[in-house]
Design a binder for this molecule. Sequence first.
Ligand SMILES: C[S@@+](CC[C@H](N)C(=O)[O-])C[C@H]1O[C@@H](n2cnc3c(N)ncnc32)[C@H](O)[C@@H]1O
Length: 355
Amino acid sequence: MSESRRRELGAIWTYFGEHECGDYSPLYRRISQTVAMTDAVLDLILEAPPTSHQPNVLLAAVHSLVLDGLDHPLAAVYSGDSDADVGPLFVDVCLSRRVEILALLATRHTNNNEVGRSAVIGPALTAVAQRWGAPLGLVDVGSSAGLNLFCDRYLLDYGTYGTTGPDDAAVRVQSEIVSGDAPIAARLPEIRARVGLDRDPMDLTGEHNARWLLACIWPDTGRLARAREAIAEARRTPPDLVQGDAVDDVTAILLGLPTEVTAVVVTTWVLAYLSRTRRAEFHEMLAVASRTRPIAWVSAEGIGVVDTFSGITPPIDANRTDASLLGLVSFVDGQATPELLGFVQPHGAWIDWRA
Ligand SMILES: C[S@@+](CC[C@H](N)C(=O)[O-])C[C@H]1O[C@@H](n2cnc3c(N)ncnc32)[C@H](O)[C@@H]1O
């Protein structure tokens, strides 16, 4: 492999370790630092399709082997039972299981469906119901496996701000309100209809997909147990998922919702997958559909991703460099009214409420 391609890829891993893992995942930060300096692993990655050069794919591939019962000391580090240096162990697994890993890199991409985001969606739905009334009809665009369609079945725990949802819920999500008067209600507004739309909806009935979804979760971030429970629930009562495109197919779903519900479109960390032009078209689709019925659009997306909120940046806080923006756009008769709801951590760990 050429030295320049190695160095380029090494720089991606270094950046990933420092800025994306940081203190949130010391385990993956250490692995990333090691991979960045290990030519044999960089060469392995460079053999895979370019879409798998993104660090999350190799990390998920190795995690998937661990979840499959890999007999290696790395497994004890991932489960928190060993504090051995994870870097060399990770390298050893990559090199000793290179055939299986390359097969995964060739066929899989990161599949993300983060139930922690229900903690962010919850207060946003309460805010929508306060403005427009319930019951709600929820359309989760880019829903992946649809786990957040069941946000009202999870216990959302906001510490001193209280909890939302059933006390005996199997799925329990912790979140912190770091500032603001977030509307934390004992129950979410009634969700009478719920549909997920995704270009590649993830069917969890098969064991392979469920395992891969778990493999995409970073092991030391405390999210595996709740994801397992959410997957088990989704298998008992599978969500209604439509395969289709965010722009081309959202209108038909919205217009098919029961007439008595408040139509709510939710996008969580999806729009970055659409080009700027397609994002503008998505906005336009909602505006046009709102000539038939009012539509509330709740978005939780990276800063600058939703054009309507461009120019709004979170307060500079060294501990919160990864803030995303939670917004509400109300569409009525083709007119869009934006409202900043707050800034949020991408996995729902904290909310800085601004509305
Ligand atoms: C990062 S995942 C987020 C999944 C989920 N919203 C969550 O927060 O856990 C992005 C999802 O958007 C979907 N997606 C990307 N582009 C899309 C499009 N044009 N139309 C529909 N879904 C799309 C992907 O298939 C993937 O499931």
